[in-house]
Design a protein around this ligand. Sequence first.
Ligand code: NDP
Ligand code: PYR
Ligand code: MG
Length: 761
Amino acid sequence: MDDVAMLQEEAREYHASGRPGKIAIAITKPCATQHDLALAYTPGVAVPVLDIQQDPLEAFRYTARANLVAVITNGTAVLGLGNVGPLAGKPVMEGKALLFKRFADVDVFDIEIDATDPDDVVRIVKALEPTFGGINLEDISAPQCFEIEQRLSAAMDIPVFHDDQHGTAIISGAALLNALELTGKDITQVRMAVSGAGAAAIACCEFFVSLGMRRENIVLADTKGVIYRDRTEGMNAYKARFATDRPARTLAEAIDGADIFLGVSVAGLVTKEMVLSMADAPIVFALANPDPEISYPAARAARGDVLIATGRSDYPNQVNNVLGFPFIFRGALDVRARTIDNGMMVAAARALADLAKEDVPNSVLRAYGVDRLEFGPEYLIPKPLDPRVPLRVAPAVAAAAMASGVARNTLDLAAYTEQLANRLTRGREVMSHVTRKAQTAPKRVVFSEGEEQKIILAAARIQQEHIGLPILLGREEVIRSAMKELRVSVPIEIVDPATTKRAASYAAALHERRQRKGITLREAAALLRQPNYFGAMMVQAGDADAFVAGLTYHYPDVIRPALQVIGSAPGVSRVAGLYVMITGDGRAVVLTDPTVNFDPTAEELADIAIMAAERARNFGLEPRVALLSFSNFGSTNHPRSVKMAAATQLVKTRRPDLMVDGEMMADVALSPTLRDEDYSFCDLVGEANVLVFPSLEAANVAYKLLQHLGEAVAIGPVLIGMSKPVHVLSRGADVTDIANMAAIAVIDAQDATRMASRQGG
Ligand SMILES: NC(=O)C1=CN([C@@H]2O[C@H](COP(=O)(O)OP(=O)(O)OC[C@H]3O[C@@H](n4cnc5c(N)ncnc54)[C@H](OP(=O)(O)O)[C@@H]3O)[C@@H](O)[C@H]2O)C=CC1
Ligand SMILES: CC(=O)C(=O)O
Ligand SMILES: [Mg+2]
């Protein structure tokens, strides 16, 4: 099977497998009990009905309207496939719904209507106004789409946006601004040839004119050839605005000598010869979908100085409206804009263009399987999976709406951006809490892998964001030259274990600590030449507050030196590990111990439960601890469940202030309703959020299941029970993971300082 046939088969399977299609409805409120139903439906539902009747704005409060967009088509220009009809267009509309949700948490009903007469389309869509917060028209052919959009915009009090017109214009506008910058061309001087004179073509050209391009420098060609003055065949008022006085009559003649080619028509209309006939450093945007006017490889093969973008995700420079509509609507909905005006569109284009010039986070590189993305001919605009896109575009759109007066809400933009980040990135809320706490009193964090690029970039971020004061271990000249290459200019402390004057005193201290474990002074000095011993020793000696390592080491390579040099906290039987899991619906639970103790005793489990409860507070959780088993409160008399009951009693005795109970099954821990029925004596209130598992096996399996079946995000592993803060990175952690772990280490160090001063005072 060739690649094309394989993709076709995969696409059929993707859409048909499991529940057919790509979207479903999710329920957002409890609906388990008779009482829930009385609230969700009659009689309770009558209350918001009457409130909305009194004040229509209350609909934004009581219904899904504020976050609900209609993706509406009549199927007359589906992608570049032409008039395939509304039913055949449904997979594309469900696809848009998926993208709205995935990228911007906007809910969508896709609506395919069997009507081509603009009067019918306008009447039907206008009648849907009570349902929606916005209307995204999709794949409706020109010229009817222009009239439909204009009439609906005038008639409706919510944003109406024709994605193929304006979405395409915004994204190609962003790419154009950057392509002009890279090629040193002036927008007021460039000549552009356009294939297509439909929805996307006309809107792109009008938008480029609003950005400064001269109307007389644009030549369009459609199925009848070039659109020239006084042409009569296949014309309409929108094309007429671009009718040219130039002599060109074919696309080939229009392209000859042009600086820019914009293709928004159908596949395969542009040849290599046409690309060769263009001006120096030509810009080719071949945007027809699913196949462009000329393919990326063919255009590259034609000449070396061409800058090329297509609508496809499988080549560099995907100019596709997916980079716009989710975020533009996000911003517009959040300020309750009445419309999406030109200022909001320009703001979105500029935000995208600017973002392409910033460093790209590792998570994005990983998502696309590349080592580097740097502003240039192969990276003109950001990638759709870049999590920064919503955080730039939506606030830019919201700000423009507030400035032009079409917004009905005023937002504090900094707070809005923060809220968006929390909403769109799972685990972010927990980590923002940790970061903010770290920033209140930054501490010194030493990294043993100081020569690693990711560690250097993380250290720069930690320093810049005032999370902590990083110390890098390694050869000074190697680190300095890596910093230069990575363009890291913030000052960062570097310590070279091979040359530092501290070596002798550290060796003496380690010898003293381990002399009765068979370590001679000479051996201690040798061990300290290993960065993981040296880093741990810096913390032990008080020259650093926390130690972080593990990017390139196995877990025991970090833990063993830390235990030998620093050891576990006084009175703690075992160090242990925990993960904070953020579930698909945004709930956070602490889960322990999936990493260190295979089969902890009741005593050890009690220690782990208490330490995990303390740590939960650092993640912004008020601990509700459940000790888990396969039995509920003695229902099975087996040594493994009895162990959990005994551990529960130990915790209750040692820490009567903690909310804790057990042993219980996981569903009982997570469902107050289940407990109400049979175990009303249980001391837990609400859902447990610290889950103590009976063994490493159970905890490890559960966290992996949550990750893979429940799509939970895992923060950790966080090491607990050390005498001083030490944390182990996962191998392959990215810059954000490292900075997050450092923030966790800093708040541990803050706790340690607080405890020491309490003990001292
Ligand atoms: N990458 C992206 O983000 C986007 C890409 N697109 C792509 O742009 C294309 C057009 O979409 P849209 O504007 O919505 O569709 P329309 O139907 O509104 O316009 C299509 C235009 O292409 C012209 N055309 C069709 N076939 C030919 C041909 N053989 N030779 C010359 N011109 C031709 C039509 O000419 P005539 O006027 O004579 O009929 C018409 O002007 C599609 O391929 C679509 O996938 C659209 C939106 C976004
Ligand atoms: C991307 C898109 O909307 C189109 O090709 O029609
Ligand atoms: Mg489209």
